[in-house]
Design a protein around this ligand. Structure first.
Ligand SMILES: Nc1ncnc2c1ncn2[C@@H]1O[C@H](COP(=O)(O)OP(=O)(O)OP(=O)(O)O)[C@@H](O)[C@H]1O
Length: 246
């Protein structure tokens, strides 16, 4: 068995329009091992979201190879990707993307039902996750009756319900106040400690510093790839990125 969850080789996504080529993602090489928590930072427009979309099959590369859990996926059809994504990739977005008409528990169990888990088992899994993430008391609520922090916890539960190989999060705290951000960070840390592989795109240095590896992107490329091993290096990162005094 391969030890990596994800491997990209020369992965690129270029857009052509008005005679101009935008190299949104430009020949990226990246390996993510099982159990890593990786954060991706960089200035607006440097290609972070495009990279995340490529890694989760929401967009197709214009060049390069992508491997997920030992399977080559850059050539997969849309249907093939949809099937793979349901089982192997969990998404958490800034805007939550919950189904408004479904209750919290129904949102969480939906991906399980879609891969053929029985109703009773799907419900039990969903309730278990809501419990673990501290929102079991909101199981029957529709999303519009939940706070931002609660919605994101439900979205995280939904991302985890099929025990994916990889969770991809795009600015997961972008719509949250600082108390809810701290709570979501704590939950991401717990999920990571339980062995989940994570890749998080963020502008927030607190989020970035909670990972154990930080990628910095510029103009479609990864220009820095550092391990954040100690509390000290995390503090230094915070100071450097945010201009704070440690
Ligand atoms: N569908 C598209 N067509 C043309 N250009 C695109 C498309 N999607 C993204 N781009 C361009 O690709 C580049 C990277 O965009 P991307 O959204 O990945 O950046 P980002 O780092 O996530 O930005 P932000 O931090 O502002 O969300 C930008 O120059 C953007 O304008």
């Amino acid at each position: 068995m391969t030890s990596f969850v994800l491997q990209a080789k020369g992965l690129s996504r270029h857009y052509d329009g008005d005679g101009v080529r935008v190299r949104a993602v430009d020949s990226i090489d990246l390996t993510v091992e099982h159990g890593e928590a990786v954060s991706v930072m960089g200035p607006s427009g440097c290609g972070k979201s495009t990279l995340l979309h490529l890694l989760g099959g929401l967009e197709r590369p214009t060049a390069g190879e992508l491997w997920l859990g030992g399977q080559r996926v850059d050539q997969l059809s849309q249907t093939g990707w949809a099937r793979l994504r349901r089982r192997s990739v969990g998404f958490v977005f800034q805007a939550f993307h919950l189904v408004d008409e479904l209750s919290a528990v129904e949102n969480v169990e939906l991906p399980a039902l879609l891969v053929g888990v029985g109703r009773r088992q799907a419900r039990a899994k969903a309730l278990g996750l809501l419990e673990r993430l501290g929102v079991a008391n909101r199981a029957g609520y529709l999303p519009d009756r939940l706070s931002g922090g609660e919605r994101q916890r439900v979205a995280l539960a939904r991302a985890l319900v099929n025990q994916p190989l990889l969770v991809l999060a795009d600015e997961p705290t972008g719509n949250l106040d600082s108390a809810a951000t701290a709570e979501i960070l704590r939950l991401f840390a717990e999920v990571h400690e339980a062995g989940q592989t994570l890749l998080v795109v963020t502008h927030d240095p607190r989020v970035a510093a909670s990972a154990d590896r930080l990628l910095t992107m510029r103009d479609g490329s990864i220009v820095e790839d550092v391990r954040l091993e100690s509390g000290l290096s995390r503090l230094a990162l915070l100071a450097q990125v945010a201009g704070w005094e440690p």
